[in-house]
Design a binder for this molecule. Structure first.
Ligand SMILES: [Zn+2]
Length: 246
């Protein structure tokens, strides 16, 4: 299992930074976790469209915007007979207007699957499971395991989901956690997003091998997130576009 960082920033892109996305490769299969603005430029077309499974953790713009580019590229490459199998897209069913917008796109060579709490997906030797977490819309944390290594991606989440996330991520090799906020931003402790401190708290309680922080505010210095997390949990790094996490 190989994990590449495609995007680390929200809510908008800047020169070398995209909105959230990660690409996991295992054998001939590709798993894309989120599809934020700019992430599709990190893919190698049309090769990476083959055996591609895209999981949208929730239907906020910064996590799904590039799905439309992937849909249209799949349509064109299929027409050119350069893409044999449809791109498989997994997504929650709400907000219904956005769900409907994505699945009704006709210029697309894709198949759709609904994500629910009890959804379990097997792709090659990978098993993928989901945890419904607290956020502004229906949102799922994702766990991917090949039986040897396990990675957990929090998606966007409130600290309200702390206990459930700790259970879900227990002993994972890599925890990819959003850390949109810093303590110094002065938001209330319970917000729709985590601080770096809260992400590190979850990593420590879940006893994960490594914490990777992501979902940074574009105007902020990423080293601040790193320092704040290190107060709690030593084995932490910040995600950077193009970085290989495993
Ligand atoms: Zn987000």
């Amino acid at each position: 299992m190989r994990i590449k960082v495609l995007g680390t920033q929200s809510p908008y892109v800047t020169e070398n930074h995209n909105c959230p996305g990660f690409l996991i490769e295992s054998g001939q299969h590709r798993i894309m976790l989120d599809c934020g603005s700019g992430t599709h430029r990190m893919l190698d077309f049309p090769n990476d469209l083959n055996n591609l499974h895209v999981f949208l953790t929730h239907l906020h713009r910064d996590h799904y915007n590039d799905i439309f580019n992937i849909q249209y590229a799949s349509y064109v490459f299929h027409n050119q007979k350069r893409l044999e199998n449809p791109v498989e897209i997994y997504l929650p069913m709400s907000p219904q207007r956005i769900y409907g917008d994505i699945i009704s796109e006709s210029n697309s060579y894709t198949k759709y699957h609904k994500i629910k709490s009890n959804t379990k997906v097997h792709i090659g030797e990978l098993e993928i499971t989901f945890l419904l977490v607290e956020h502004a819309v229906e949102t799922y944390a994702v766990k991917v395991t090949d039986g040897r290594n396990t990675i957990v991606y929090t998606s966007d989440v409130s600290f309200i989901s702390r206990e459930q996330l700790v259970d879900f991520a227990k002993y994972a090799n890599v925890l990819i956690s959003e850390s949109s906020l810093l303590k110094e931003h002065g938001f209330p402790k319970i917000n729709s997003h985590l601080t770096a401190h809260q992400a590190a708290t979850i990593a420590k309680e879940a006893e994960v091998g490594k914490l990777v922080l992501t979902h940074f505010w574009p105007e902020e210095d990423v080293n601040k997130y790193l320092s704040e997390a290190k107060e709690i949990f030593e084995d932490v790094e910040v995600a950077i576009e193009g970085m290989i996490l495993m």
